[in-house]
Design a protein around this ligand. Sequence first.
Ligand code: ADP
Ligand code: ASP
Ligand code: MG
Length: 410
Amino acid sequence: MNDKKIVVQKYGGTSVGTPERIKAVAEKIRQYVDRGISVVVVVSAMGHATDELIKLSMEINENPSRREMDMLLSTGEQVSISLLAMALQNIGIDAVSFTGSQIKLVTDGNFSNAKIQSISTERIMKYLNENNVVIVAGFQGIDDDENITTLGRGGSDTTAVALAAVLKSRDCEIYTDVNGVYTADPRIVEHTKKLNEISYDEMLELARLGAGVLHSRSVEFAKKYNIKLHVRSSFNSEEGTIVMPREEMMEKFLISGVTSKLNEAKITIRDIPDRPGIAAKLFELLGKNKIYVNMIVQSTGHDNKASISFTVLKENLKDAIAICNSLRGEFGISQGIESKENIAIVSAVGVGMLSAWGVAGRMFKVLSDHGINIEMISTSEIGISCVIDTKYAELAVKAIHEIFIELGQV
Ligand code: ADP
Ligand code: ASP
Ligand code: MG
């Protein structure tokens, strides 16, 4: 029985991008081992290894099967786990690495975006009890038929949090190439501020709306299992950002983050009958075909006709249009089904919105001041999103960040 404290740590691609960095990660882990802590480490593929594998596949087949794609992409993490185990062994620390299948990390069969269903802790606990650092490949699992699956880009964060959940550890550290979660992507906005804390709900909303610093499902798991997520840099020992329950937060801002999402496209169907059942039919069919729909706006025109606009992932656009076309006859759609790929969804997120007014107006005003047309709008309790043309994405994020964050929170 292991009664030592267990910490799960995840190191992202940049953090294990070179042999020197892998050695530095081993040194970081040593500090925990020396304090008598049991460490489970999840790693991503080195540097841009996953992107390189995707490029490689495109040279062979531009439309590869999703099963073989997952088989290929999972190899990136197999390289980094073994190298990290070697780096630890080299400094006298016992370490053992496992692939997803070796620890029975079982997912559904949705290749390239699989969801974790269960993880066996048996093998991990056996090795932890024998004082090993256990290293697990991020981003991968197996389905019921033992096919290798992957969890979606950035999915190693989710592997780490899911492991913390099954190992009943409350602590999960996400080591990355920035000092924590910022009010906007520091690569885009110059005057961003690091947040010391952020609530699960805000982080989830930001991740869903494009903030690549955490995989959104990792935040869902963290919230569900009450795991304290600490997002921090692997290059220094500064405190990062703690993702935690809203009630426990000391600082609450009107807006805690501004983000943009570029991987969606918009479809508009005009002149469909304005009667019950039309939207149900359309979105049920999209759902059955596993097409993720994000924003939906319906507006009524004249003659009992309506138009519906919605956004889907760019990779699903062709399939979504085909589904819309299949309903033409039944819906009596006479006009063309329009689509637009060069859209960006820009969003502001903050729990402060729950008790403030005028936020939407200020956000729309700043976009209009910059001559940016808003094509769609959606709101949640703690977020406002606008669809705009891609070419204005950076400008919009900077402008919204400036008025809500740099010029002070009101
Ligand atoms: P890793 O390989 O460690 O998982 P990622 O590239 O997935 O790293 O995530 C870290 C990156 O997320 C940062 O380098 C940064 O550019 C980006 N990012 C986007 N939005 C934010 C944000 N709000 N705060 C911090 N980083 C962000
Ligand atoms: N290596 C995978 C990716 O690049 C998973 C991850 O890094 O989290 O998306
Ligand atoms: Mg990541």
